[in-house]
Write a protein that binds this ligand. Structure first.
Ligand code: ADP
Length: 488
């Protein structure tokens, strides 16, 4: 419904009325325990931490904090379960994974609401992107479970053993699905650690896993912060670590397991280049810029946080972009009209604010639309910076927020050089009507994924991962099976 505050329809200011998603169907407990060996158990030291709603900073639930003793128990459960699980036929394993996928679909609305309450992302995104893609991953890898001999022809593949999987807070359920589905399809057992600010959907997933009848101990979920993650990384019973998170923690993990036989995949930070050529469909490209940087409040490792616009269309693109930013709605994550929800945590908001200050002190020209931010939670308006160059920190460093750094270019070679001038190599986008230009750039850009005339598109069948400080190993697609198998 729209309201009109002026009698003249042509000069009236239109605004959206509230369109809240209902929450009465959602069951969130006051307290959550650890999921170990098919049971919900209390933490050894009896410690709990709060998970907070970033839209109002109120406590949602108390979450068990796993100590190293709890991690021991979880690893032991996974080790004990490995023998039987890895000996099951691929077809049987697939049945369980299909069941988990279907149960996620059945509870999709509940998952979407919890994801938005716990993490701050707009319900439109959790409903239409996070949850369907999570189910998509389980469906996709369920299909591979009995076809591994086709995935690796003429090779005899074996699972690795117990996988320790550590995930971040920006796509909580989706990252759990990215990690669990290929590990299970290939016959591994798992200890998963969700991020401390967004544990709820993983714990909901634990309920579904129990309901699916998956044998006890095949998936264990231990909640906690960095210390719990470190206990998992250092545990001698772990055969493989899969980590998605910050580059700093990724480096720490790589150091920690150096010299052991543990296998490792790392999906770390990014500073994606989004490149707009003068021959692009400009209005479409402007939507693409918005999606590239403001999707999920910019809490996206593959966000298009560096925009490169060809000089001849720079004024036009920037004008249109500012105009579009004026209409973005920042606010209640549970409102179906919201474009930009709450920043995931107070800590992350401080980081983003600090970078905005750095951008200003380095001489960047800022633009933020006027918007009334709700009170009580963590909010940041969509932000862009002009007058920045390659050496600016906001151009080089990952901000992980809705902050875009804009530069211009004249030639193809120039933009390739600028786009590659970063320690990261996760994603890039190219907007042009010329297919040849797209193919040229996709070969020259050092990025794990290059989107053409779109951005931030994901599919379970498509591999994802980085180069340089963005990490190594691939998740998704046929490539995503490889880190979970060894060859005879
Ligand atoms: P951010 O800085 O954006 O919160 P992190 O890389 O710290 O990102 O978090 C990603 C995941 O890594 C989270 O689940 C977090 O608890 C975990 N983590 C943080 N520190 C460590 C560590 N030292 N060892 C293992 N896991 C860690």
């Amino acid at each position: 419904m729209t309201k009109i505050s002026d009698k003249n329809i042509f000069t009236a200011t239109w605004s959206y009325d509230k369109a809240p998603e209902s929450t009465d169907h959602v069951k969130i407990k006051d307290q959550y325990e650890l999921f170990i060996n098919g049971d919900f158990i209390k933490p050894d030291k009896g410690k709990y931490f709060n998970t907070i709603n970033p839209a109002d900073n109120k406590v949602i639930s108390k979450i068990a904090e796993a100590s190293s003793t709890d991690v021991d128990k979880a690893v032991l459960a996974a080790k004990n379960a490995f023998k039987k699980w890895s000996a099951l036929s691929g077809k049987e394993r697939g049945k369980y994974i299909f069941r988990i996928a279907r149960l996620i679909q059945e509870r999709a609305r509940e998952f979407a609401v919890i994801e938005s309450i716990d993490g701050g992302k707009p319900i439109r995104e959790s409903r239409d992107i996070d949850i369907p893609l999570a189910a998509n991953h389980f469906f996709y890898y369920a299909g591979w479970a009995d076809k591994l001999s086709y995935a690796f022809p003429n090779r005899k593949v074996k699972p690795i053993g117990v996988a320790g999987q550590i995930i971040p807070w920006n796509f909580p359920l989706l990252m759990a699905a990215w990690k669990l589905a290929p590990a299970l399809a290939t016959g591994n057992t798992v200890v998963l650690k969700p991020a401390e600010t967004t544990p709820l959907t993983a714990l909901k997933l634990a309920e579904i896993i129990k309901e699916s009848g998956l044998p006890d101990g095949v998936v264990n979920i231990v909640t906690g912060a960095g210390q719990t993650g470190a206990a998992l990384v250092h545990h001698p019973g772990i055969d493989k670590i899969a980590f998605t998170g910050s580059t700093a923690v990724g480096k720490y993990i790589q150091n920690a397991i150096a010299g052991t036989s543990k296998k490792l995949t790392l999906e770390l930070g990014g500073k994606g280049a989004n490149i707009i050529f003068e021959d692009a469909a400009i209005d479409q490209a402007v939507e693409g810029i918005v999606n590239a940087i403001f999707f999920n409040q910019g809490h996206v490792c593959c966000a298009g946080s560096r925009l490169f616009v060809q000089e001849s269309v720079a004024d036009l693109v920037i004008d249109k972009l500012k105009h579009r930013m004026n209409s973005l709605l920042v606010g209640d994550p549970l409102d179906k009209n919201t474009d930009i929800g709450a920043i995931n945590s107070k800590k992350q908001l401080q980081t983003i604010k600090a970078y905005i200050k750095i951008g200003l002190s380095e001489g960047g020209e800022i633009y933020q639309p006027e918007c009334i931010l709700p009170k009580g939670g963590n909010w940041c308006p969509p932000t862009l910076f002009l007058n920045v160059s390659q050496s600016h920190r906001i151009v080089q460093e990952e901000i992980f927020g809705p902050v875009l750094a804009i530069q211009t270019f004249r030639t193809v070679d120039e933009v390739i050089e600028k786009a590659n001038n970063t320690p990261f190599g996760l994603s890039a986008g190219v907007w042009t009507e010329k297919g040849a230009k797209i193919f040229h750039l996709t070969q020259k850009l050092n990025a794990g994924v290059v989107w053409a005339n779109t951005f931030n598109k994901f599919d379970a069948s498509s591999p994802f991962g980085g180069y340089k400080e963005s990490g190594f190993g691939r998740e998704g697609g046929l490539h995503g099976l490889k880190p979970y198998v060894k060859f005879d």
